[in-house]
Design a binder for this molecule. Structure first.
Ligand code: DOR
Ligand code: ZN
Length: 343
């Protein structure tokens, strides 16, 4: 049970159910910063080069992350669903400890050109995931659509999958539209969504409305104020169908400030202080612990973390860069900082 006072908040240690930790040489720094930010676990996306698709590669990737982050942090591993993936391949990955398989529409985002053009191409794998109770994690965008409509245009595909696999645990990742939010709310309880801190706080205006803000460019794009309000309202219902996944996605500064800028916002170091602000401003700090530390674990069928983490109300300035990456809220003052991790 969270302890909340005016200047200190102690929570069951949070989980991040959607993170990109990349590969060496950046990996060690990103993994360490995630643990230092107060996360006890994070579910690591498989869109590396080459992607995580088989048990040996997944185990090696896990070990690399574990070594960098230290013993207080547990990486939760995922694999990328590939065209033609078989039930036997899924079973082997489940036996090796994968908690989810990630579906990327081909070309939808970073390192997804080898993704799926039609969900039917991984139907065998989806059936096995349904049977095993494994989570099917989805980047829900149709890359053929206009940039701000891609999520909405993907919703019919999502509904087809949900109808074809009625028991499959499905997570609509980084939900970004009012329509997507409505769909997840209306579908049965085996369908949930993750919400990022940037989709809770930003709209398209923050990226495009003034000077172009490359460090806020991400996929799916933050949309209108109506969409942002729908996401906030969903979170503020306290529904078990919505929990935190940062989609923290570090790219080096030069990959963002250039003629062909990469999509992704590095939020790990600031996500929890900003979430505290968000719930505090809404007068709903009572919902914080469930959002970051309980509902995701429950959906994934994992035990909650037993350690705790405290945050103190103490102003700090976000660094301009972490290891060559410009973080979300760079050089801005935040109100809360992690204090100590206790047993
Ligand atoms: O903005 C994004 N960046 N969205 C994604 O879906 C992927 C991520 C990345 O890997 O850079
Ligand atoms: Zn992602």
């Amino acid at each position: 049970m969270a302890e909340i006072s005016e200047n200190k908040i102690t929570l069951k240690a949070p989980d991040d159910f959607h993170i990109h930790l990349r590969q060496a040489p950046g990996l060690a720094e990103y993994a360490r910063l995630t643990a230092e930010a107060g996360f006890a676990r994070a579910m690591v996306m498989p869109n590396t080069l080459p992607p995580v698709t088989e048990p040996a590669g997944m185990a090696a990737y896990k070990e690399e992350i574990q070594n960098a982050a230290g013993p207080g942090f547990t990486p939760l591993m995922t694999f990328k669903l590939m065209p033609g993936m078989t039930a036997a391949q899924v079973r082997a990955l489940a036996d090796a400890g994968a908690v989810a398989g990630k579906y990327y529409p081909a070309g939808a985002t970073t390192n997804s050109s080898d993704g799926l053009t039609h969900w039917e191409l991984c139907a065998d794998a989806m059936g096995e995931m349904e049977r095993l109770g494994m989570v099917f994690s989805i980047h829900g965008e149709d890359p053929a659509g206009p940039a701000l409509q891609r999520e909405q245009l993907f919703l019919p595909r999502f509904r087809e999958m949900a109808a074809a696999f009625p028991e499959l645990k499905m997570v609509f990742e980084h939900i970004s539209s009012a329509e997507g939010t409505e769909m997840v709310r209306e579908l049965p309880d085996n369908v949930a969504a993750t919400v990022t801190i940037h989709h809770l706080l930003l709209t398209q205006e923050d990226i495009l409305g003034g000077a172009l803000a490359p460090h806020l460019f991400c996929r799916p794009l933050p949309k209108s104020d109506r969409d942002r309000r729908a996401i906030q309202d969903f979170v503020l219902t306290g529904s078990p169908k919505v929990f935190f996944g940062s989609d923290s996605a570090p790219h080096l500064k030069e990959k963002k400030e250039c003629a062909s800028g990469a999509a992704g916002i590095f939020t790990s170091p600031v996500a929890l202080p900003l979430l505290i602000d968000f719930f505090e401003e809404k007068g709903r700090l009572d919902l914080l612990e469930a959002f970051v530390s309980e509902k995701g674990a429950a959906f994934y069928g994992l035990e909650e973390n037993t350690c705790t983490v405290s945050f103190v109300k103490e102003s700090w300035t976000v660094p301009a860069e972490y290891a060559g990456v410009v973080p979300f809220m760079a050089e801005k003052k935040l109100n809360w900082r992690p204090a100590c991790v206790g047993a």
